[in-house]
Unconditional design. Structure first.
Ligand code: NAP
Length: 452
C-alpha cells in the first residue's frame, strides 16, 4: 500500500499490509467493543459523536493538507470535506435518538412496538475520492445506532485511513469501536465471511460492488452498495444558461471530475446546444491546473496515474468511434497525474463515453432534438445515481425530474449529498441509502416486540 502525492509522483510512504494475526485481533476487538457500545445509552454515544465533530474542526487544516497530499484534491475542497464530516457527526448526534425511537403500534397485543437495535460489527469498504466524507457518512449513523465499524480504505490513502482511526480514538470512543484494517481488496471476502461480521457497505466501482455483494450473499449478510454513476445534466431551451454553465463546470470539474455524483452527461436540446457549448468551452478553458495546495489553482490532478491512463483510453476510443474533441483530451506532461479539462461533443450510442462512467475531468455532450428525447437519453444508462434538469419553468423541471430514473433528481441545482436527504442509487449505481433517517436504519434490526 503506497501513499503517493499525485501532483508530483513522489512516494510519501509505503505501508505493509497486515498479517492474519493482526486482522484476527481487530475482528475480535470490534466484536467485543460492539457488545459494550450497543449497551450504552444512545445519548452517551451521541455525546461522543459531538466530540468527534469538535476534533475534526480542531484538526481541519492538518487533515485537509493530508487529503490534498495523498489524493490530490484542491486544498479548499479538502477543508470543506472535513467541515462536512463534522456536520454529519453533529447531525446524527442531534437526530439519532428520534430516528431510532421506539414506535408503539396498535395490534391485538397488550403492547406492541417496533424497536431498532444495532446489528454488531459493520465493515465499510471505501474509495479514495472523498477519503474522509465517504467514511464519515457511513460511520456517524452506524456508530450512533450502536454498531462497531471496521474500515477497509482504498490502498492509495493509508494515511487518511489511519488518521480517521486516530481521530475516533482521540475523541474518546472506546477502543475497538472504530478500527482501520490495513488489508488489500483480495482479503475483503475473508472478512465478510467471518462470523463476527454482521454487515458490509461498499462505496466504489461496479466490479468491487459485485464481488462484495457476492461474498455477502454467500454468507447472507446485509449490504449497502454505493457504486458509480453517469449523471445526466439536461439543459432545455428555456434554461438560465449562465447558471447552467457555471454549475456544469463546478459539478463536472470538482475533485478533478472524480465524484460519483458529478454531472457527466450534458444532454442539451438542439436550440441551445451551440450557445451552451460555446460558453461551457470558454469556462472550461479558464480552469487552471497546478499544485493543489496553491489556493489559486482551480483544477486538481487525478488521484492516480493508472486512473488517468484508463480515462484517456476511454477518450481515445470514444473519439475513434465518432465523438468530437472540443477542448483538452490529453494528459498533461510532467510527473503529476494531471489531465486537461476536456469536453467531447456529439457523443452517441455505440461510443464508450455514451454508456461508461468517465471518472475524471472530461465532460461529454449529447445533443437531443427536444425534451422527450433528452429524457429518453438520460434514462438510457446502466446507472441511476443522480440527475439534474435546467429550465426556468419550474413545473416542467419537476415533471422531468420525477421521470428521471435515479436516486436524486435536482431542478436548477447541482446534485449534492446532504446529511438531511437520503443518498444512493438504483440500477447499477447500487442499492440501499445513506444519510437522513433512511441511512441510520440500514444497519439496525427493525424488531417487532409483542407483549400480551
Ligand atoms: P474501487 O476500485 O471499486 O475501490 C473502492 C474500494 O473497493 C477500495 O477500498 C478498493 O480497495 C475496494 N475494492 C476494489 N475491488 C474490490 C473487490 N473485488 N473486493 C473488495 N473490495 C474491493 O473504486 P475506485 O476506482 O477507487 O473509485 C471510483 C469508483 O467509485 C467510481 O465508479 C465512482 O463512481 C464510485 N464511487 C461511488 C460513490 C457513491 O456514493 N455512489 C462515491 C464515490 C465513488 P483497493 O484500493 O485496495 O483496491
Amino acid at each position: 500500500m503506497k501513499s503517493i502525492n499525485p501532483a508530483t509522483g513522489e512516494v510519501l510512504e509505503s505501508v505493509e499490509p497486515w498479517n492474519e494475526t493482526q486482522l484476527e485481533h481487530a475482528l475480535e476487538d470490534a466484536a467485543v467493543a460492539a457488545a459494550d457500545w450497543a449497551a450504552r445509552p444512545i445519548a452517551e454515544r451521541c455525546e461522543l459523536l459531538r466530540r468527534v465533530a469538535s476534533v475534526l474542526r480542531e484538526r481541519q487544516e492538518s487533515l485537509a493538507r493530508l487529503i490534498t497530499l495523498e489524493m490530490g484534491k484542491l486544498i479548499k475542497e479538502a477543508r470543506a470535506e472535513i467541515e462536512k464530516c463534522a456536520w454529519v457527526c453533529d447531525y446524527y448526534a442531534e437526530q439519532a435518538p428520534a430516528f431510532l425511537a421506539e414506535e408503539p403500534v396498535e395490534t391485538d397485543a397488550g403492547r406492541s412496538r417496533v424497536i431498532y437495535q444495532p446489528l454488531g460489527t459493520v465493515l465499510a469498504v471505501m474509495p479514495w475520492n472523498f477519503p474522509f466524507w465517504q467514511v464519515f457518512r457511513f460511520a456517524a449513523p452506524a456508530l450512533a445506532a450502536g454498531n462497531s465499524g471496521l474500515l477497509k480504505h482504498a490502498s492509495n490513502v493509508p494515511r487518511c485511513a489511519l488518521a480517521i482511526e486516530q481521530l475516533f480514538r482521540d475523541a474518546g470512543l472506546p477502543e475497538g469501536v472504530f478500527r482501520t484494517l490495513l488489508i488489500p481488496a483480495s482479503r475483503v471476502a475473508r472478512v465478510i465471511e467471518d462470523p463476527r461480521l454482521a454487515a458490509v457497505t461498499l462505496t466504489g466501482s461496479e466490479p468491487a460492488g459485485r464481488s462484495v455483494a457476492a461474498a455477502a450473499g454467500a454468507s447472507i449478510k446485509k449490504t449497502v452498495l454505493e457504486l458509480g454513476g453517469s449523471d445526466p445534466f439536461i439543459v432545455l431551451e428555456d434554461a438560465d444558461l449562465d447558471l447552467a454553465v457555471s454549475t456544469a463546470v463546478a459539478s463536472r470539474f470538482l475533485n478533478a471530475g472524480q465524484s460519483c455524483i458529478a454531472a457527466k452527461r450534458f444532454i442539451v436540446v438542439e436550440p441551445v446546444a451551440e450557445a451552451f457549448l460555446e460558453r461551457f468551452k470558454t469556462a472550461v478553458e479558464a480552469l487552471r491546473s497546478g499544485d493543489p495546495l496553491d489556493e489559486t489553482v482551480t483544477l486538481a490532478p487525478m488521484a492516480r496515474h493508472d486512473l488517468r491512463d484508463e480515462l484517456h483510453q476511454q477518450v481515445i476510443d470514444s473519439l475513434a468511434q465518432g465523438a468530437v474533441a472540443v477542448t483538452g483530451c490529453q494528459p498533461e506532461p510532467g510527473p503529476g497525474a494531471f489531465y486537461q479539462a476536456s469536453i467531447i461533443d456529439r457523443v452517441a450510442p455505440g461510443q464508450r463515453a455514451y454508456r461508461e462512467e468517465l471518472f475524471g475531468p472530461v465532460a461529454i455532450v449529447i445533443r437531443a432534438a427536444d425534451e422527450s428525447e433528452a429524457l429518453r437519453i438520460a434514462n438510457d444508462s446502466p446507472f441511476g445515481l443522480g440527475g439534474s434538469v435546467w429550465t426556468l419553468d419550474e413545473a416542467r423541471g419537476e415533471r422531468l425530474a420525477r421521470r428521471l430514473q435515479c436516486g436524486a433528481a435536482f431542478v436548477n441545482g447541482m446534485v449534492k449529498s446532504d446529511p438531511r436527504l437520503p443518498f444512493g442509487g438504483i440500477k447499477h449505481s447500487g442499492y440501499g441509502r445513506e444519510l437522513s433517517w433512511h441511512g441510520i436504519r440500514e444497519f439496525v434490526n427493525v424488531k417487532t416486540l409483542w407483549i400480551r
